[in-house]
Design a protein around this ligand. Sequence first.
Ligand code: GLU
Length: 551
Amino acid sequence: MSATDLQCPLPSAEISGKPQMKTSNNGLIEISGKRISNIKADAHKAGSNLFSALETNEAGEISVDILAAALRRQGIHEDDPRFAAAFRALYAHPGPLTEEVCFELFQESFSIVERAIKDRFIIPRFYDFKDQINEIYAQCRGERGGRVADYIPQLARVDPDQFAVAVTTVDGQRAAFGDSDKAYCVQSSCKPINYAIALEERGEKFVHRHVGREPSGRSFNELALNPAGLPHNPMINAGAIMCCSMIKPKAALADRFDTVMDFWSRLSGGQAPGFNNPVFLSEKSTADRNFALAYFMQEKGAFPKGVNILDTLDFYFQSCSIEVTAHQMSAVAATLANAGVCPLTNERVFSNDTVKNCLSLMYSCGMYDFSGEFAFTIGLPAKSGVSGALMVVVPQVMGFAIWSPRLDALGNSVRGVAFCRELVNRFSLHNYDNLLNQQTKKDPTRRDAQHRGDQVYQLINAASLGDIDEISRLIAHGADINAADYDGRSPLHLAAAEGRRDAVAFLVSKNANCAAKDRWGATPLDDARRHNHPELFNFLASSLDPQEKTQ
Ligand code: GLU
C-alpha cells in the first residue's frame, strides 16, 4: 500500500479528550475543530509548483483545457457549482494560465484544485474507480429479470430497459453511466427525505411520538400499525403519510410542497427537481390502501392534533411524484453521506442528528421486505422505490443512485440490487468490512477509505502525544505505520518533532521509515534536530540503513 493510498483527507470523528487533526471538505486543516491553517494559501505562498504535475509550457503555464481535463480525471466537472464562476473567468482569460492566476480566479475552491491535482480526494485515482463502476454497470445491464410496477399505467408504460448509475463523493467527485440524465419518479425514495424534513422541523421527540422506528416485518403498505397504534417506521407507507402530516401542517398545501421541492433542490446542489403530474393523478385515483391507512391511523388517534388527512394524502402522493435524474439523486445520497452538507455547494441542509436518524432507519427498513437481507449482505443504508429507484449511501464517502425499472418480487430494482452486490464484492464498503483489516481479498487500494483515513490521523495524533498504548492498538488494527498526512508527515515525524522518545523508539522498532520525507523534504531526523532533541537525532541517525545515510 503506498503512502498516496493512505492520504485520504477526511472529516474524521473526534476522539474524546484528544486533539484531532483533520482535513475538512474545503481543504482547511483543523485541529479539534479549530481552523489553524489554510492549505491553499500555504501551498501557494510556498511556491508549490502544483502545475509541474501537468503538461505545461516552458514558462510553467497551462491551458484551461489541460486544467479542466486534470479535474475531470478526478471526477470534478466544470458544471460543479463550486467552480462555475471560476471556469467562466478562466475561459475569458487571455493566454495560458499561471498558478497565481488560477489561485486568484478559483479563490476558495483553489484548495479543491490542489487536491485534485495531488490525487488527495476521498476516492483516490477516481478514473480507476470510474472504470470499475463502468464494468459493474455493464455486467448488470445483462440482467433482464423482474417486471416493471404496473399498479398505475404511468409506471407500467416506462421503458423497462432503462438503466442509470450515478455516484457523487463527499468531495464532489462525480460520475454517471447510462440513462443518468433521464428523469424518473422518486416514489418511496421520498420517504427518508420527508422523514428528515419532519425531524428538522419538529424535532426527534415530536416525530417519534407519532411514528415508530422498528422494521415492520410486513409489506410496505400493509394495513397494520404497531402495538401503540402508530406506524412502524417512516420508510413504509403509513409512516411516510405520518411524516407528511408533520411538515408545515398549518401552511397551504402549495407551500408545503414548495418546502419539499426546495429541500430536494438544496440536497442535490441546486438542481431543481421535476414533478410528474400524471403519476400524481394516477396515484391519487388508485390509492384505496393509502386512504385506508390514513383513516386507520386517524381512528387510532395517531396523527398530531388538527391534521387534515386528505391534504396529507395529496401531499404524500405529490412527494412520490417528484422526479429527479440519477445524477441529481446521487448528489442527494452524497449529502446524506456527508452528514447533511451538500458536497457541491457546502451548504448544510440537514443536521448531523437528522442524518444519523435517517440513515439508521434506511439501514434497517429501507428496502421493503429485503431490508434485513440487504443490511446483512450489502451493509449500507439505502432506499428503494417502485419506479426502480435506489439510493445508496456510503457514510462519509459517497452516495450512489441506481435506476432501473424492472422490480423483483419484493419491489426492489433487480439491477439495483445486483449492482450493490457487485459493488461490495469489489470494494470494502459494507459497514463492517473495516473489521477485516488486512485479511480482506478485496481491492486493497479501495478498502474503506474513511476508516483508513481516520486511522492515519489517529496514529499521527497518538505519535505526537507519545501515547504508545494507542499507537500499538492502532497498529494491531491494521494502521499503516508509515502512512502520512496531507503534508507527508508520518507518525515518526511527529513523534520526533515533539521529542517523544519512547514513541520514537517504539515506532522504529516497528520498522517506521526513518528516511521518510514530508512535503518540504524534511525527514524525522531533520525534525529532531530542528526541535532540539539531540538524543533523538542520534538515535534516529543510528537507525538509518547505511544506504539511506548516504542519500
Ligand atoms: N406511491 C406508492 C404508494 O404509496 C409508493 C410505493 C413505493 O415506491 O414503495 O403505494
